[in-house]
Design a protein around this ligand. Structure first.
Ligand code: CA
Ligand code: CA
Ligand code: CA
Length: 259
């Protein structure tokens, strides 16, 4: 059992039936889930500077994806997470804003096991929608990145192999409003801005009208409350991120928001 599997699974066991120890994945939650999400991604229509600050004109008036599904809870997360996406001929752009009273990160190298800190923003992309060779991107407040290709759900634990995949040309930046790793003061938020080249994702670029499968997650490490971390999702999942059947739809629109 890999550290990856253990890190993700053990806390989830607290949310699941008591007899899941030894099974290959967390058992499904019994609650009825809402339909998978749908996000219409408009064209950027202008340059995006990857600096962690999604303040360019292109980001304005873009639909907001709310990561409002708090895994293991019936209410919305106490710290809000929102995302916006854009595209142009070369890249998918993702901005994720994480409200956070306590921002924490220790890992700073590419392909480090960022999930062990339980403080990451995550993007999952499945261009074919078949649940195979889906791509995973995690960014932490230090702007460290781990990117993985997961051949299928059975291969999730093979992280040492899956992380060997790197998205060529990936650019990310993080802006922190607060003091990283000081746990005795109060922070505000951290924001991730990403440019993911289509050439790194699929043999052919998307065309207007195409749709891919997408999910967005946030692990929030917090000393507040009685939980070590909170996991929230855009498209609701049963127990954890690796549920490609629960990914939502990313629809590539032909124009910008106001065209
Ligand atoms: Ca920017
Ligand atoms: Ca990698
Ligand atoms: Ca936090």
């Amino acid at each position: 059992m890999t550290r990856y599997w253990t890190a993700l699974t053990l806390p989830l066991l607290l949310l699941c039936a008591p007899n899941v120890v030894g099974e290959t994945r967390p058992s499904a939650a019994s609650a009825t889930l809402p339909p998978p999400g749908r996000y219409v991604c408009v064209r950027a229509g202008g340059p995006i500077t990857i600096d962690g600050k999604p303040t360019e004109a292109a980001w304005r008036a873009v639909a907001v994806a709310d990561l409002s599904h708090w895994i293991g809870h019936s209410e919305a997360p106490s710290q809000k997470t929102t995302a916006r996406l854009l595209w142009d001929d070369e890249n998918l752009y993702v901005a994720i804003e994480c409200e956070d009273r306590d921002i924490f990160a220790t890992k700073a190298t590419r392909d480090a096991f960022l999930w062990e800190d339980f403080e990451v923003a995550e993007v999952y992309l499945d261009p074919t929608g078949e649940g195979r060779n889906y791509k995973e991107f995690e960014v932490n407040p230090l702007n460290a990145v781990i990117d993985l290709n997961t051949p299928d759900e059975k291969s999730v634990g093979n992280v040492a192999h899956n992380l060997l995949w790197n998205a060529a040309g990936l650019r990310t930046a993080v802006h922190v409003e607060g003091t990283l790793d000081r746990r005795d003061d109060q922070d505000t938020r951290w924001t991730v801005e990403m440019a993911i080249p289509f050439a790194a994702l699929a043999p052919t670029k998307p065309r207007a009208g195409d749709s891919w499968r997408l999910n967005l997650y946030r692990y929030d490490n917090s000393p507040f409350g009685d939980e070590k971390f909170r996991l929230s999702a855009w498209s609701a999942v049963r127990t954890w991120p690796h549920e490609p059947d629960r990914f939502g739809r990313l629809v590539f629109a032909s124009k910008g928001r106001n065209e």
